[in-house]
Design a protein around this ligand. Sequence first.
Ligand code: AMP
Length: 189
Amino acid sequence: MRTGEVLILMGPPGAGKGTQAERLAASRCLTKLSTGDMLRDHVQRETELGLKARAIMDRGDLVSDDLIVAMVRSELETQEPVRVLLDGFPRTTPQAEALDTLLAEFNSEVSAAIALDVVEDVLVQRLLGRAEQEGRSDDNEETIRKRMHVYNEKTAPLLRYYQVRCCLSVIDGVGSMDEVFDRISEVLP
Ligand code: AMP
């Protein structure tokens, strides 16, 4: 028997994943797993993983699939049943395949994948605004462009992956926080 709930929130950098993930997780009693937040925590604590990840993150590249999957596995292992909202993971096809394998191991599966859709110019403006407010070291224009490129090349193909396998909904990510949240809630079972 399949148990739990696994939601995936996808979208390019600046699409509003973090904010929506927070609200969605709270409203559905899910644990939010943000691989970006987990990595930033490692960087701050200067763990071995953090030391490896820092330079990669600062230049807008992706941390290796093996490290990310190991990090997610150790979180999923603490969940019984698995009730998670995944924010920023998976980001590559090998990560998506590894997630399917992991979830099968925990007698679970992806319930739904939500992709936030926002045009690139709006994304860059939002991220530059966030840079001023939050001072994230990877929110400068050069790194932002690089992260967009990496998203288009490595992560965007996952939309098709989930469209074919189960459960993809593409949501217009332009609008107020409430409007976008309502659109997401409407498509979830
Ligand atoms: P985020 O906060 O989701 O925008 O992630 C910030 C940075 O962390 C990304 O630009 C990547 O360098 C790294 N990162 C986060 N999640 C992943 C992932 N699933 N795979 C590889 N790298 C990741």
